[in-house]
Ligand binder design. Structure first.
Ligand SMILES: Cc1ncc(COP(=O)(O)O)c(C=O)c1O
Length: 395
């Protein structure tokens, strides 16, 4: 059996590690030394479980979709992260990290955000804990996710629009790291996905692993078996996918399908299909697959979905796909839009554009009637309504 856990230096196979500037060495080492002790302490577990239950609204339901099951000729369940407080899986991680930050004595929180979901989730827990919150967001995303920007401001956060690069998630992350370098002592950086230097990919995966823990229990109740035949999730940086697969990684019978953003097509030059188009490089402190030119310049990613247009990928996913434990499919903008409208019309659920990529990936696999499939619906579509309305007007 292969080992998919992180090693002591933060590597999954050849991917991961902590490639950071000298100025961050002390605070990253502090976090590396403390995170497992904190996450495994009884006091953390008690506070985390209580907030996940009473504040986030967990467990999130595992919903059998009659429409999708009928369409694909098997049994398909949706793990309803869209029903969480603030509308996506991102809150699981921010609740956990704010508890870590408090235990480390930090007083100031910074975050990056693409779709605004992680920014809202961070601003929310900062309001809850009355901590200062600064969120970096690319100007392009500020414009396409306007409601989330207003929400963050209402929650008391300062939203800083970033105007470098193509003004999206990668550029916001660069600025957040710059801020962290200037304020390494009092500031905790709440990274929103399984990316960044060790221990972030492992810490975020552990905090999101509540998703797979619940799937096992809920599937046992509904199907009298804990293990599905397939797990589906979309991947931006990879946190909802990591949470979905975490407690199934050593069950070889479970097939893992990851949906990345094809944008306008993987050969179009306008894509965010990092796993298929990337090569080994270093981005935001982590060795992973990166979309880059031959001389190592990061290629600007593109996707209709603000949460998926990142030119890197979590090191765990780079490892899972290069070792073929997970299969990756690219889903283009138009396929994701079609899947979003279908779920809305035939199931009464408006999904986030990111989650719609996972839904569209179902069309790329042939199932047996006995197959049990669990797909994580990572978020709700409220933040994407403008994009959906534009599509309706264009049709
Ligand atoms: C609803 C939703 N799903 C998925 C993602 C992608 O992130 P990750 O790959 O970390 O789950 C985002 C990112 O903002 C999101 O908002």
């Amino acid at each position: 059996m292969q080992n998919f856990s992180v090693d002591k230096s933060g590597f999954y196979g050849e991917f991961g590690g902590a490639y950071i500037p000298e100025i961050l060495h002390r605070c990253v080492t502090e976090l590396q030394d403390a995170y497992l002790r904190i996450l495994e302490s009884e006091s953390f577990k008690k506070d985390f479980d209580q907030l996940l239950r009473d504040y986030v609204g967990r467990p999130s339901p595992l919903y059998w979709s009659g429409y999708l099951s009928g369409k694909h000729g098997c049994s398909i369940y949706l793990k309803r992260e869209d029903l969480n407080h603030t509308g996506a899986h991102k809150i699981n991680n921010t609740v956990g990290q704010i508890l870590v930050a408090k235990r480390l004595g930090k007083t100031r929180i910074i975050a990056e955000t693409g779709a605004g979901q992680h920014g809202v989730a961070t601003a929310t827990v900062c309001a809850l804990m009355q901590m200062e919150c600064i969120v970096y967001m690319g100007k392009t995303d500020v414009e396409r996710q306007a409601v989330n920007v207003k929400k963050m401001q209402m929650l008391g956060a300062t939203v800083v629009p970033v105007t470098s690069g193509n003004m999206t998630l990668k550029d916001a992350t660069n600025e957040a790291i710059r801020d962290w370098c200037c304020n390494p002592t009092d500031t905790h950086y709440i990274i929103g996905s399984t990316v960044g230097p060790h221990p972030y990919p492992d810490m975020v995966a552990r905090l999101q692993s509540v998703i797979s823990e619940e799937i096992r229990k809920q599937l046992m109740e509904k199907e009298n078996r804990a293990v599905p035949d397939y797990l589906f999730a979309c991947v931006g940086g990879g946190s909802n996918a990591a949470g979905t697969i975490y407690h199934f990684l050593n069950d070889d019978a479970v097939k893992i399908v990851l949906a990345e953003a094809g944008g306008k097509g993987i050969d179009s030059g306008e894509t965010a299909a990092t796993i298929q188009m990337g090569s080994i490089g270093i981005i935001h402190g982590c060795k992973t697959l990166v979309m880059q030119t031959e001389d190592g310049q990061i290629t600007e990613p593109y996707s209709i979905s603000a949460g998926l247009d990142y030119p890197g990928i979590g090191p765990i996913h780079a490892h899972l796909t290069t070792t073929r434990r997970a299969q990756v499919v690219a889903v283009n903008d138009d396929e994701a839009l079609k899947a979003a409208f279908e779920l809305t019309r035939y199931e009464g659920i408006i999904p986030a554009l990111e989650s719609a990529h996972a839904l569209a990936a179902l069309d790329k696999i042939t199932f047996k009637p006995s197959d049990i499939v669990v797909l994580t619906l990572s978020g709700r579509g409220d933040k994407d309504l403008e994009t959906y309305f534009k599509q309706i007007d264009a049709d």
